[in-house]
Design a protein around this ligand. Sequence first.
Ligand code: PLP
Length: 378
Amino acid sequence: MSTDRIIFSRPFRAPGELANLEAVLASDHSHGDGQFTEAASAKLREITGARHALLTTSCTHALELAGLLLQLGPGDEVIVPSFGFTSTATSMAVRGATVVFADIDELGNLDPESVAAAVTPRTKAIVVIHYGGVGADMDRLLEIARSNGLEIIEDTAHGLGGSWRGQRLGTIGTAGTLSFHDTKNVHCGEGGALLLSDDILHARAEIIREKGTNRAHFLRGMVDKYSWQDIGSSYLPSELNAAVLDAQLAAFGEIQAARFRVWDAYAAALPGWAAANDVRLMHVPGDREHTAHLYYLRTPTERRRDDLIDHLRAQGISAPFHYVPLDSSPAGQKLGHTPNPCTRTAEFSSTLLRLPLWPALTDAQIQRVIDAVTSFTV
Ligand SMILES: *Cc1c(COP(=O)(O)O)cnc(C)c1O
């Protein structure tokens, strides 16, 4: 048996990356908002169906930009899933808003009932993560948001190209955010984007993103010089990042097909073993299209999860756990509060592991992972 290590994640190399980078370097223009930013934004609008897409330096910054845009600050409460990435919470806390942790459902997404129970007169927004690129229960979440006058921000770091009941992820709420960190399906090292449908919010977002100036108007020839208009920061990526991103987005179909090959192989091979061992496999309801961002298993106990991770590691396979609950983290305790216990978050966190999933995994490697998993008796 081959024993070369099978790592968990490996960034995709898109065919056009080097040519695009050379073009930027040769142009003497590598600061932001040049031709590759424009080209990549157009591809993002096409893939997501969003009316507006603004490239940012990260998903964390896109979330911060959304917080500035929606004027979230001290005294406001923002509901976030406890089972989530740090950025989802800290991007709100950095503006001085209080993060309120809610629990998740059986898909690992915000549980609408837990959200409804966390709403107070100070609640201003809900940040939804579509975990693993499987859409959250947006019907109920939109209903809660509407009846309480709340905004929904969709953290779509896992969800590029996914949909929920025909609506594309990241375009259902007021704002959607994407990540192009090199562990995500499409990457440029570090990067992100903010998706918006509202023209007025978009006009202000352009200014906040560009140090509070109307440089975007200047670039479009609408004013002959640009000036300080509003608060803002520097959230735009350089053309070097946009050049890599544009090449990756041009290969999006190829990336997704290669990732689905792996995901579908796991989903086809593991059910028998899972049923015999009381293991729950990642599940995608028929009314949503996922993104093959990750493939997870949930064991009956934390002990067996840790044993399975060890068993796989002994065979050279990396299969990490995922989020540590935010509500019990040191910053979560200091900067947030948790009106109701996040019990399913604790259970997901302690029993979940993810299998290697990246486009260039070979059939033999996929089979090795399947054989290693199914040789373990839970
Ligand atoms: C990766 C990730 C982020 C952060 O993305 P960056 O681009 O690294 O800032 C935020 N939320 C979720 C759910 C993520 O997976």
